[in-house]
Design a protein around this ligand. Structure first.
Ligand code: THU
Length: 156
């Protein structure tokens, strides 16, 4: 029997994001992208994670000559938050943006490995973490949770 999966998300102009904190968070992600170390891909990614107390922890991609040793912006951000604030169980929202070789802001959608990692922090905190992905043309795609980005996820 065929079954269907529906993924619900929202899209807005950046300036019209209903959550004012979302605009600020995306701005922090844009600034974080400037700190990326991406001499191999030349694709700079910034991520900004808002914690329950309003603190923002940022990350960016860190590459390495031994390619798989590098890390994406999203994991850099959540690992930094978890390392620095071990008791914090409230990751409210994560904003992500890319900057290409021409210096233009562009879409950065979390890779599979990042989705898996984000998912575990979401499960641990027991409530959703919103994911805001920048889209070219100053648009933003808002996912209500990490679970919505990773159906049928692995767990044991
Ligand atoms: N990258 C991220 O940091 N986040 C994403 O969502 C997609 C990809 C990084 C990994 C690598 O340093 C570069 O972008 C090109 O794949």
């Amino acid at each position: 029997m065929d079954k269907e999966l529906v993924i619900k998300y929202e899209e807005y102009d950046l300036a019209a994001l209903p959550d004012a904190g979302g605009r600020e968070l995306m701005q922090r992600a844009v600034e974080a992208a400037d700190g990326a170390y991406a001499p191999y891909s030349h694709f700079h990614v910034g991520a900004a994670l808002r914690l329950g107390d309003g603190t923002v922890v940022c990350g960016n991609n860190q590459e390495n000559a031994a390619y798989p040793s590098g890390l994406c912006a999203e994991r850099t951000a959540v690992f930094a938050a978890s390392a620095q604030r071990p008791g914090m169980r409230n990751y409210e929202a994560l904003a992500i943006v890319g900057r290409n070789e021409r210096g233009e802001l562009c879409e950065a959608s979390p890779c599979g490995a990042c989705r898996q990692v984000l998912m575990e922090y979401e499960q641990r905190q027991g409530h959703p973490m919103r994911v805001l992905c920048y889209l070219s043309g100053d648009r933003v795609r808002v996912f209500p949770s990490v679970a919505s980005l990773l159906p049928f996820s692995f767990d044991f």
